[in-house]
Design a binder for this molecule. Structure first.
Ligand SMILES: Nc1nc2c(ncn2[C@@H]2O[C@H](COP(=O)(O)OP(=O)(O)OP(=O)(O)O)[C@@H](O)[C@H]2O)c(=O)[nH]1
Ligand SMILES: [Mg+2]
Length: 204
């Protein structure tokens, strides 16, 4: 069945006060280093250009931003790490915000993004360790696939996963071309509606 995002709305931004919104049937969060394309991926999945704010400059998303999808589950945009211009205080604030969130027990699934063109950074490895430590189910996604020739995308994506120390598979994704979008939507469907064997029960 063709799972689609029919409705997406911004709900709230959460800072260090940790006032998370009401929990829905699932909460899927997007993590990765600054500028890797987290907010762009959310927009691509929702077919909305300006739902999550994006920027060419790293460090755009500073808070935990909640979007309610199809009125039933949350997709969460997180601030990125590895932002070169961040001050020490900003890095500490980021650490506190993210660690509190990762350990909150709210996350159903994490989508971890890595740039398809680069080796994982030290911070990517650290993030992956957190994911394993908190035992959060995850999907690895290699972004900006459009920057590589089509013939190289799958292999490069899998290599990113392998270098991270994960099982060697990542979805090759591009928010520019829509590469990997259907695959990621299927993952979302399976994560949000596991009991219905990856169908959302609607007739369409
Ligand atoms: N070519 C290409 N550019 C992309 C892709 N995804 C994002 N970008 C560009 O990368 C830049 C950063 O994208 P964002 O979505 O704002 O990145 P982010 O991970 O949310 O960054 P922070 O909020 O700073 O953590 C923007 O200029 C996007 O247009 C992609 O798939 N392909
Ligand atoms: Mg962002």
């Amino acid at each position: 069945m063709d799972f689609r995002i029919k409705k997406a709305e911004f709900i709230t931004s959460v800072g260090k006060d940790g006032k998370y919104p009401e929990k829905l049937r699932a909460e899927v969060a997007v993590v990765g280093k600054s500028n890797v394309g987290k907010s762009s991926l959310i927009n691509a999945l929702c077919n909305m250009n300006k739902l999550a704010k994006t920027s060419q400059k790293p460090g755009k998303t500073r808070l935990i931003n909640y979007f309610k999808l199809n009125g039933e589950f949350m997709l969460v945009d997180l601030p990125g790490y590895g932002f070169a211009k961040a001050s020490k205080t900003e890095m500490e604030q980021w650490g506190e915000l993210i660690e509190n969130y990762l350990s909150s027990g709210r996350i159903t699934h994490l989508i971890m993004l890595i740039d398809i063109r680069h080796e994982p950074t030290q911070e990517d490895r650290q993030m992956f360790k957190y994911i394993l430590y908190y035992a959060i189910p995850y999907t690895l996604v290699a972004t900006k696939a459009d920057k590589l020739a089509k013939s190289r995308r799958k292999q490069a994506a899998n290599k990113c996963a392998k270098l991270l120390g994960a099982p060697p598979y990542a979805v090759a994704f591009s928010s520019e071309t829509g590469d990997g979008k259907q695959e990621l939507l299927s993952r979302l469907n399976a994560v949000v509606y596991p009991e219905t064997d990856a169908t959302d029960g609607t007739e369409n």
